[in-house]
Design a protein around this ligand. Structure first.
Ligand code: PGA
Length: 251
């Protein structure tokens, strides 16, 4: 049984004053969710330690948005997975399409970063997804399967691995794929995970991300093999993040 996961990706948004939003989210998570859905907010790294202290006693977990592949060293400006864990992160988003596009992160780099996250004790949330032109060319499954094959570590603990399918053209645009399109990709991802890891592949959680909002969350979260969501814009507001979390089936 896969425990649902609703994760908020704050990207480069959020300063000290916005910690109040994270506290509101922590306070708003109802007891009906306990045991049924995990929730995590991934704020900028600068807020992690303060949030960790402020959230003591809450079930809301924290995550980071990227890490370096190395344990430590001469990498000016970068942060290691262990540093982020020490600051309060238990998840690390890796290979987000913005990093793949802007910083040219390859599948191989994403895989090495994922290994670093696992070694430090964090759960990587590995993002994959096609661009609009790739979808229009009919290459969606090809792209997603290639990213998955190259980005996922060779022998992860499936309980400690999360995949996020995020069509690039749906991120921050208000556009979402049809339910049929989401189901098709999630089914293909699950098939590939099972082919690679056997039964363990059934335990890997696969999130959908890209313009998930309170008004489409219940339908998307009801799709087979959609085990949760990676929420960008709508996670910046406590009410909308909580509404999405409460839309999780069975909550
Ligand atoms: P969005 O972002 O919900 O604002 O589309 C999702 C993401 O980039 O993870």
């Amino acid at each position: 049984m896969r425990k649902r996961l609703i994760a908020g990706n704050w990207k480069m948004n959020g300063r000290q004053a916005d910690i109040a939003v994270i506290l509101d989210i922590g306070q708003g998570l109802s007891t009906s969710m306990e045991g049924k859905v995990e929730t995590v907010i991934c704020p900028p790294a600068t807020l992690l330690a303060t949030c960790r202290d402020a959230l003591e006693g809450f079930t809301l977990a924290l995550g980071a948005q990227d890490c370096h592949a190395a344990e430590k060293g001469a990498y000016t400006g970068d942060l290691s997975a262990a540093m982020l864990c020490e600051a309060g992160a238990s998840y690390i988003i890796l290979g987000h399409s913005e990093r793949r596009a802007v910083y040219h992160e390859s599948d191989e780099l994403v895989r090495r970063k994922s290994e670093a996250a696992l070694a430090a004790g964090a759960i990587p949330i590995i993002c994959i997804g096609e661009t609009l032109s790739e979808r229009e060319a009919g290459d969606t499954l090809l792209i997603v399967e290639r990213q998955l094959a190259g980005s996922v570590p060779a022998s992860p603990d499936p309980q400690n691995l999360v995949i996020a399918y995020e069509p690039v053209w749906a991120i921050g645009t208000g556009l979402t794929p049809t339910i049929k399109q989401i189901a098709e990709v999630h089914r293909a991802v699950r098939r590939q995970l099972v082919a690679r890891f056997g039964d363990a592949g059934e335990h890997v959680r696969i999130l959908y991300g890209g313009s998930m909002k309170p008004d489409n969350a219940a339908e998307i979260l009801g799709v087979p093999d959609v085990d949760g969501g990676l929420i960008g814009g709508a996670s910046l507001n406590a009410d909308s993040f909580l509404a999405i979390a409460h839309a999780t089936p069975g909550v």
